[in-house]
Write a protein that binds this ligand. Structure first.
Ligand code: 81H
Length: 508
């Protein structure tokens, strides 16, 4: 045999032996104190392909085999899924000394957001950072945001003839929402949450830098945070430049002393002093802004895209949204206000229903810090493994939501159709406890603080679209299937709609 043949035979031999050993160890050793294990052929890789392609199918198939609690291998990590409202409560309300979100997410988020904030600090720091941010997200602030969002939407239509026809000479057209809505989302979020000066930078260099950050915020970087590819180097360079830019803005605002806008930069500059007297540094305030914008960006862009697609497929609801606005705001539709948004129940049901079917995050993970027992079972999960909550599973379970795969915003008006709850009032369904079957914003100490902002932002965007356009999906097409391969559950591309400008067509 030639030497290359010996090498090939050796490599094949090692692979075969490791697969066989792995299979045998799964079949022969079953620890009764551990949850059932999802069988896999390839060591390390485990169930990555079936989980990664369609996590909901994976969760459901294995729930049929094993029940609500089981463990699977994912790229070298052992994750224990805990399904259903009880599972959500187990993971999301687990004690601080037994599980940690930062140990699960920091590899992913710290290179993008930067040091000292979110998951790159002890949890007690994060709790206070959330409190600082929450302190900015008041009714007063939201009242000031709605006109700013409306202004951004107007500018977007007129400056983006490629999407919405620009001036009135193109009253109908076709638009890819997966391109248009992320742009509109970043303009509206940066304008409101970070101010005019930061917003202005998105017309120039900032958009490209954020694009480089986005490309480094993927499941690939979740598994290999520092994989030596150009995307990683660009991510690192962009993090530094974006963070430096926020720091310059902070210094400039401090110099002029103008902290009058209701944005998060000003709030952190004024209020970000921890209980132990430590003040957040400019660098930390800067990195916090990256985290907040990244958090709001993917989730809101995805949700508004899904909502627009479902509305494109449902003319009845689309028209009803228009009629609802006419009834609430008046025949000539004066500019929308924050108060109006509170009086538009169908609009809010559309967002709620979109989040029920398409919560942006399908898996919420925690790393186990000290062995934990699962109540009512003999299972003990060891330190170093992971737990996984999938709040989206009960949200499409017919046990809780009748006809769960149908987009039907009006189900939220008829709480009788939301079945099998201890307390069948809507308030119970959307309550903040982790035992609710409806948790698109999570629960517990890591619960999302962006919920109210998301409703304001998405609500303003959707209502202004409804005022200005009617739209459908392209003839013969239906709402796209989900793509689980990016950081949030996006609709598969293209996300095309065919639109007609409302006022113009009505005048004709
Ligand atoms: C993605 C995730 C995942 C994505 C987990 C955590 C985050 C996040 C598979 C986020 C996102 C939430 C966040 C921010 C900013 C911030 C605080 C939190 C997964 C599993 C988990 C895919 F298959 F930490 F990054 F494993 F953005 F300040 F890859 N993002 N977030 N944004 N708004 N709310 O939680 O599936």
């Amino acid at each position: 045999m030639a030497s290359w043949q010996i090498i090939v035979a050796g490599v094949v031999g090692v692979i075969v032996v490791s697969i066989v050993t792995n299979v045998l160890s799964q079949v022969l050793f079953r620890d009764p104190n551990k949850p059932p294990f999802v069988f896999y052929w390839i060591p390390w890789v485990g169930s990555a392909v079936s989980y990664g392609m369609d996590p909901y199918k994976f969760f459901e198939d294995n729930r049929k085999k094993f029940g609500d609690v089981y463990t699977f291998m994912l790229l070298g990590r052992k994750l224990t899924v805990a399904l259903g409202p009880k599972g959500n409560d187990f993971v999301l309300n687990a004690k601080l000394n037994s599980v940690s979100a930062e140990d699960a997410y920091s590899h992913l988020t710290t290179p993008v957001f930067g040091k000292g904030v979110i998951y790159d600090c002890p949890n007690y720091r994060l709790m206070e950072q959330k409190k600082f941010a929450k302190g900015a997200l008041t009714v007063r602030a939201f009242q000031s945001y709605v006109p700013l969002i409306v202004e951004e939407i107007r500018q977007f239509w007129f400056k983006s003839p490629e999407f919405f026809g620009g001036n009135s000479d193109r009253p109908s057209g076709r638009t890819d929402l997966s391109v248009a809505l992320p742009q509109l989302t970043i303009f509206t979020a940066s304008r409101t949450l970070q101010g005019k000066d930061i917003r202005a930078k998105f017309d120039e260099s900032f958009a490209d830098l954020y694009h480089d950050l986005d490309r480094g915020f993927t499941p690939v970087h979740f598994v290999f945070p520092n994989i030596p590819i150009p995307i990683t180097f660009k991510r690192n360079a962009a993090q530094k430049k974006v963070s430096d830019t926020y720091m310059e803005v902070i210094r400039e605002r401090r110099r002029t002393g103008d902290l009058s806008e209701f944005d998060l930069i000003n709030t952190f500059m004024k209020d970000a002093v921890y209980k132990d007297g430590v003040r957040m540094s400019d660098r930390e305030i800067a990195n916090m802004q990256i985290g907040i914008l990244m958090g709001g960006q993917h989730t809101s862009a995805s949700t508004s895209t899904w909502a627009m697609l479902h509305l494109g497929a449902d003319k009845e609801i689309q028209n009803a949204l228009y009629e609802e606005q006419v009834a609430v705001c008046g025949e000539n539709l004066p500019e929308l206000t924050y108060e109006n948004l509170q009086e538009l129940p169908l609009l809010n049901s559309v967002i709620r229903e979109t989040l029920r079917m398409h919560p942006p995050l399908h898996s919420l993970m925690r790393k186990i810090r000290s062995d934990i027992a699962i109540d009512g079972t003999r299972y003990v999960l060891p330190k170093g493994e992971y737990v996984l909550a999938a709040p989206g599973v009960p949200m499409i379970d017919p046990q809780y939501f009748k006809d769960p795969l149908t987009f039907r915003p009006r189900r939220w008006e008829e709480t009788r159709n939301i079945i099998n709850l201890n307390d069948s009032s809507e308030a119970a369904v959307i309550s903040k406890g982790a035992k609710s079957p409806y948790l698109p914003f999570g629960a517990g100490r890591h619960r999302c603080i962006g919920e109210q902002f998301a409703y304001v932002q998405i609500g303003t965007i959707l209502s202004n679209f409804v005022r200005e356009f009617t739209w459908t999906l392209p003839p013969g097409s239906s709402v796209p299937t989900p793509d689980y391969s990016s950081m949030v559950t996006l609709p598969n591309k293209p996300c095309a709609i065919v639109w007609t400008r409302r006022r113009i067509s009505e005048k004709k």
